[in-house]
Each structure stands twice: as C-alpha cells, then as structure tokens.
Design a protein around this ligand. Structure first.
Ligand code: ATP
Length: 436
C-alpha cells in the first residue's frame, strides 16, 4: 500500500526522506491487521497530506512549542503577558490542514489516526467543533468585562494546545460566524496550528447565513493558514462496514414497542425522571432515566429551545437514548430538523447508542429537505398540480441540505453491529477507568 502511495507521489518522495513513523505506516498496519479496508486513492492522497504535516511537526516541535511549556507557562504566568517578550516570528510559518469532502469518506478516521500518532505528551487537542464553540462561549462568559475577551480566550486556548484538531467544522450560528475571524487571528498569532475536517469547502462555509459578508474575512484567514485539501472520494465507508442491528424502528404509533425495548435495556432498574447539569449551570430535565439509558419523546428533546450544550450534558450522564417518534422533516419543522442533526452529531461523537422509532428510514426523514441546487432541478416539476401538494412542505436550506447526508450516513452506522461494538468497548473503557 505505501509503495502504491509512493508511486503516486514520487515528487514528494524525491523531495524528502520517507519518515518511517506516522500516519502512513499506521494506516498500512491497520489494513494488514484487518482493522481497515484497503482504502481508495483519495484516502491515500489525504494521508500524504497528513504525513507531510506530521513530518513537519516532528521536525519543528521545539520551535513550535509543541513538546514543552515555556518557563512562564510552567510557572503559571500569563502567556498573554509573556508573549510580549518572546519573539513569535517562527509560529507563522507552519500551515495547518483543512480536509473536506463527502460523508463517510474517512476524514475523521484519518485525522484521528494522524492525531494519535503524535506523542501523547504534546500540546495537542482533538475536539468536535460544537464542543469547541461551547468552550469558547463559556470562556467568553468568564472573561466578561475584559477589554478584548477573545484575545484572552485565544491566549488560554493556545497555552493548552498548539495543535488543534477540529472535527466537523461547520458554521450555522450567526454568533459563531461573527467571532471566528478574530478568535482564529488571535489563535494563529499565538502559534496555533489548525487541522480541521468538514463536509464543506471553505468558500461554502456559512453559505446563505445572516451577515455573511462579515464572515468572508474568516474564509480568507482560513485559506491563508491552512492547506485546503478535498478528499474527493465518493466512497461512503459506513455503507461498506454496516450490518443492521435493529435499534431503529420505522412506523407511526410505536411508543409501546420503544417502551418495551427501553425496559429490556434497563433490566430490573426502575426508570425515574432525572435532572442533569449542562453547561453554565443550566439543567436539563430527563423524562425517564435508569442504568445510563434516557427516554425522551422526540418533541421534548428536539422541539424545545435546546442545543449542543444540552446534548453534550445529556451524554456525559447517559450512554443510550431511547427516542420516540422522529418525524419526517420539512419546512414546518425545520428548526427541529437542525436540532436533530446536532443531536445525532453529539451522539456519534460520544459513541452513544440510539434506540428510536421514526416515521421513515433515515433517507425518508430528510426527503423534503433540499439544497438550492436540488430545488432548481425540481422546479419544473412543481408546475404539475399533483406534485404541488407533495412539495408543499419542501424546505430549501443549503446548510441543512448538506448536513442531512451526514446525518443519514451516521444514523445508518449507529444501527450497525460495528458501531454497537464500539459503543460497548467505550463503556467497558469507562468502567475500567472508574474502577482504577
Ligand atoms: N479504509 C477504511 N476501512 C474501514 N472503515 C473505514 C475506512 N475509512 C473509513 N472507515 C469507517 O467509515 C466510517 C466513516 O468514516 P469517518 O467518520 O472518518 O468519515 P467522515 O468522512 O468523517 O464522515 P462525515 O463527513 O459523515 O463525518 C467510520 O466508522 C470509519 O471508521
């Protein structure tokens, strides 16, 4: 495999010696061990970008302060203050990597493989984008009243990690859109090296969003500070690895069935209403919970003003969600669709288990959510009277229209034997850590 990769990248090889460590070799090892399928050429092309960055980071670890803390940081002095006395010119040289492309093509898997190959004692962090933004807002709250809180927040974050790996970069919120440019300018000037995965090319981020003109500077900054690489594959590895397991039930009025399945999961335990703490002291009411399993009717979790913070809080306390009555989405319940997409992202990130009843298969749930381009293709058909009634609830929304592919792909994987095995392993690891 590596030889295949080498021949496809002879120019790279001619320019540098092949590092025997790093993501390429680990990828090869996992294929040989049967842990991964022999990936397509697009995965290899992406691996080469990650290997290039890996080599560069290893060679420049000291200059970038990746492998150690400065004396000021060890002593707990403010890096913001200290940075005024340390020349920072070397930081600007190293570019990060922005990987984008279709769902299930392996972006997260490859980024994680890269991240895990770097020494564990380095100043590195891997975090989901939702979690990252929640963290930023929570820190901003803490520094309210300071002249430039974003500068302080960026300084704190850069103290903790120089290499920042962000999974699922997406911007749907105007509040996030308006602070990203200043936040990342401060982070980059503090030496942060960004690696990100996304379904969207930089130029398509926050497309159609409110006050998007103010966001354009961030896109320029991102392109300046990251090599932008499209994975370019159309292989959805989730479809290749999934064997269905029976945690997703299609139909209306399935509350008795979901209730029964929930009771089976909690065994002899008694489910009672619970309250969990989420970010910034907020509380979330769980209608029924026991043995790490929570039970929610869809409306109570996705048709109320809840968001990523509440969902992260929920899955800190519960590993399984029984969700009853996921509807087909359209214009009339577009906000609930956005929340459901976020819920699935947070669950997937936490390897949580989903038992649910829904009005349709994952694809059917999102049939009426379309991008502007999809809508234009459909337009001529709407002249037919019979089609008009079918399309009355069509929701044209670019952000949701792209995000739905990820959600469909993830819902399918979350009902697979492989995913449920990972869920069980995650639980076993947590239990072992709690005992130790
Ligand atoms: N070469 C491979 N062999 C086996 N499984 C793979 C391979 N590449 C990816 N996968 C698996 O396919 C699933 C999807 O991969 P991953 O989450 O990395 O895709 P993604 O591009 O980040 O998707 P999304 O855009 O939806 O977040 C994961 O379970 C991953 O482990």
């Amino acid at each position: 495999m590596i030889y295949r990769a080498i021949s496809a990248n002879t120019a790279n090889v001619a320019n540098r010696e092949l590092n025997i460590d790093g993501p390429l070799v680990e990828y090869e090892r996992r294929i040989a061990a049967g842990e991964l399928l022999d990936g397509d050429a697009c995965q290899l092309g992406t691996l080469w970008e990650l290997q290039r960055l890996y080599d560069e980071l290893v060679a420049n670890a000291v200059a970038c302060r990746l492998d150690r803390y400065t004396t000021s940081e060890k002593a707990g002095r403010s890096r913001w203050l200290w940075s005024r006395f340390i020349p920072q010119t070397s930081y600007a040289a190293m570019k990060g990597l922005y990987l984008y492309g279709g769902v299930g093509t392996g972006k997260t898997m490859l980024m994680d493989l890269f991240f895990n190959q770097l020494p564990s004692n380095w100043r590195k962090k891997r975090i989901h984008f939702h979690d990252f933004m929640l963290n930023v807002h929570s820190r901003l709250q803490k520094h309210k009243g300071v002249a430039d809180p974003l500068e302080v927040v960026a300084g704190e974050m850069a103290d903790e990690s120089i290499l920042l790996c962000l999974d699922e970069f997406m911007v749907t919120d105007v509040a996030d859109a308006l602070i990203l440019d200043r936040l990342f300018r401060h982070l980059f000037s503090n030496g942060t090296i960004l690696v990100a995965t996304s379904n969207r090319a930089p130029d398509n981020l926050y497309e159609g969003g409110l006050q998007r003109d103010l966001f354009l500077q961030f896109i320029a900054t991102l392109k300046e500070r990251c090599v932008v690489h499209e994975i370019g594959s159309s292989v959805d590895y989730r479809k290749m690895t999934s064997t269905e397991q029976g945690f997703y039930f299609v139909g209306k009025h399935l509350s008795t069935l979901i209730n029964q399945k929930f009771r089976q999961l909690i065994g002899e335990h008694i489910a009672v209403p619970q309250e969990v703490e989420v970010l910034m002291g907020r509380k979330l009411q769980v209608p029924l919970g026991a043995k790490g399993c929570a039970y929610f009717p869809f409306e109570e979790l996705c048709d109320r003003p809840l968001g990523a913070a509440d969902y992260f809080g929920l899955f800190k306390n519960f590993h399984t969600l029984a969700l009853e009555g996921v509807p087909v989405f359209g214009l009339s319940n577009k906000t609930a669709a956005y929340r459901f997409v976020t819920l699935v992202d947070v669950m997937y990130e936490n390897r949580a288990r989903l038992l649910c009843s829904a009005e349709g298969t994952p694809i059917e749930l999102f049939d009426r959510i379309v991008t502007i381009a999809d809508a234009q293709k459909m337009a001529p058909r709407t002249s037919s009277r019979s089609m008009k009634s079918d399309l009355s609830d069509i929701c044209v929304d670019n952000e949701l229209g792209f995000a739905k592919d990820r959600t469909i792909s993830r819902l399918t994987e979350m009902n697979s034997r492989e995913y449920l095995q990972q869920h069980a392993e995650m639980l076993a690891e947590k239990q072992a850590a709690a005992i130790a």
